[in-house]
Design a binder for this molecule. Structure first.
Ligand code: NAI
Length: 465
């Protein structure tokens, strides 16, 4: 079966870039990305490519090439479902905030709504592709809903988790390490798997397209995120030992990363991982393990999250204790708010937690981030519900000039590893700060010797003082 018409439900950080790349690489397939969020769709359709809702290096050029040709963004969900032979579900699957599994399980209400809508609208057979990250065995729930609608349409459910990393999404999509497709092992299931494999085969070599059963595919995505996060928590655990013993975590990372069994990637110590996925997916894994009574497995993975929380807490505690045990009324400049460089995504960013801790200590914070807009920053704080919106806005200001951000500050906290921070005139920044001038480098971004020569008191995560 040759696919000619694809619909994707959910125009977020995954749906948008993924579909843009499919449209670019498959000019003969019409790709329609739909969302219920009208503002988001309007932004995807904005003439000015600087206003796209997702910032990713290279994404604007791809949208410019394909949009209007075979890539469309729309709020007409029913119409797009009806027309497509293949439907990707790429809606959000956040951690549940209520009821059973609160704070751990994945909230599948958006997925279920999609399934019900597909069931209601569909008049011909369709292949449904789970692109969202889902707990293992979700496909059977989706199938249950689709098979019980009575309008006699045959559905195949595939799991095709997305492995892109924000900040390098376009590169990752154009040359993925692998594409994973899980489906039923009966003849109809295998046919559906091949239909999706054919789409990817337009640009991905066959040996990188893995076919598995649907449960392996669902579980592989949770496993990948758990392993990646576990590396960060492991090196962060070592960073604390380094600080106490005089070892340097960067030297330790390099030394162990050269062991080909370990590998060099994902060994950078930091103020803690963020992003919408790692925490949510590990909590989900922990919940699944507990629900099968696998308590040791659950505890093992939960520790990855606890370590990450600890890393953020000790970073802000260190700022308070270094600034003579009080930051009340002191200006602290934040460089960076995004959870990593080259994205405007702030979900679960370490900066949010650090800000919250310091605001509890009555610090006055000023934030600069090259890509994150002011309203996003306030929304992140408001979501925590720690204090009134008015207090947040009084205590925390957002600047669009990094030098002004740092003016008169007692300390600077570097919370995102944006490359441009390295190029700043640090002497000029130093001259306009309160003395002693502190830098707390939560990303190990700057050069210790240069900063100390200028006169800063410089703390780099994972290196002794
Ligand atoms: P997102 O929150 O950026 O986008 C989801 C979109 O779905 C929103 O725009 C929302 O309005 C829309 N939506 C929700 N219900 C809908 C409905 N019934 N009809 C139409 N639109 C609807 O989420 P993001 O980051 O794109 O993540 C989507 C999924 O992909 C999640 O399951 C996530 O775990 C997974 N994932 C995310 C990655 C990332 O780097 N952000 C990487 C790999 C997987």
């Amino acid at each position: 079966m040759k696919i000619k018409n694809i619909c994707c439900i959910g125009a977020g950080y995954v749906g948008g870039p993924t579909m843009a790349v499919i449209a670019k690489q498959c000019p003969n397939i019409k790709v329609t990305v739909v969302d219920i969020n009208e503002a988001r769709i309007a932004a995807w359709n904005d003439e000015n490519l600087d206003n796209l809702p997702v910032f990713e290096p290279g994404l604007d050029a791809i949208v410019a090439e394909a949009r209007g040709r075979n890539l469309f963004f729309s709020t007409e969900v029913d119409k797009a479902i009806d027309e497509a032979e293949m439907i990707f579900i790429s809606v959000n699957t956040p951690t549940k905030t209520y009821g059973k599994g609160k704070g751990m399980a994945a909230d599948l209400k958006y997925i279920e709504l999609c399934a019900r809508q597909i069931a209601r609208v569909s008049k011909q057979d369709k292949i449904i592709v789970e692109k969202s990250t889902l707990p293992v065995r979700t496909a059977s729930a989706i199938k249950d809903i689709l098979d019980n609608t009575g309008n006699d349409v045959a559905f195949q459910i595939l799991s095709n988790p997305e492995f892109l990393a924000e900040g390098t999404a376009v590169e990752d999509l154009l040359s993925p390490d692998r594409v994973l497709i899980g489906g039923d092992t009966n003849p109809e299931g295998l046919k559906a798997i091949e239909a999706l494999a054919d789409v990817y085969a337009n640009w991905v070599p066959q040996d990188r397209i893995l076919r598995t059963n649907v449960w392996s595919s669902e579980l592989s995505k949770l496993t990948a995120n758990a392993f990646l996060a576990q590396r960060v928590s492991s090196i962060n655990a070592m960073s604390e030992i380094c600080e106490k013993t005089g070892a340097d975590v960067n030297e330790v990372s390099k030394a162990i990363g050269m062991d080909s069994r370990i590998g060099a990637k994902f060994l950078k110590s930091s103020v803690g991982f963020g992003g919408s996925c790692f925490q949510k997916d590990i909590l989900n894994l922990v919940y699944i393990a507990k629900s099968y009574g696998l308590n040791e497995v659950a505890d093992y993975w939960e520790q990855v999250i606890l370590m990450n929380e600890h890393q953020k807490q000790r970073f802000s505690d260190n700022i308070v204790s270094t600034l003579y045990n009080t930051v009340s009324g002191k200006k602290i400049a934040f460089l960076g708010w995004a959870f990593k460089k080259d994205t405007n995504d702030t979900r679960e960013s370490a900066a949010i937690k650090i800000a919250d801790n310091l605001l509890n200590e009555q610090a006055e914070i000023t934030v600069f981030d090259p890509k994150v807009v002011e309203e996003r920053i306030y929304a992140d704080l408001e979501y925590l519900n720690t204090r009134s919106n008015e207090e947040n806005r009084n205590l925390l200001k957002v600047e669009n000039d990094p030098y002004k951000t740092c003016e008169n500050a007692h300390a600077i906290a570097i919370l995102t590893e944006w490359d441009e921070f390295k190029t700043y005139d640090w002497k000029q920044i130093f001259n306009k700060m309160q003395k002693p001038a502190f830098v707390f480098d939560g990303r190990g971004l700057l050069d210790k010797e240069t900063l100390e020569d200028i006169g800063f008191v410089y703390y780099k995560i994972g290196t002794g003082q």
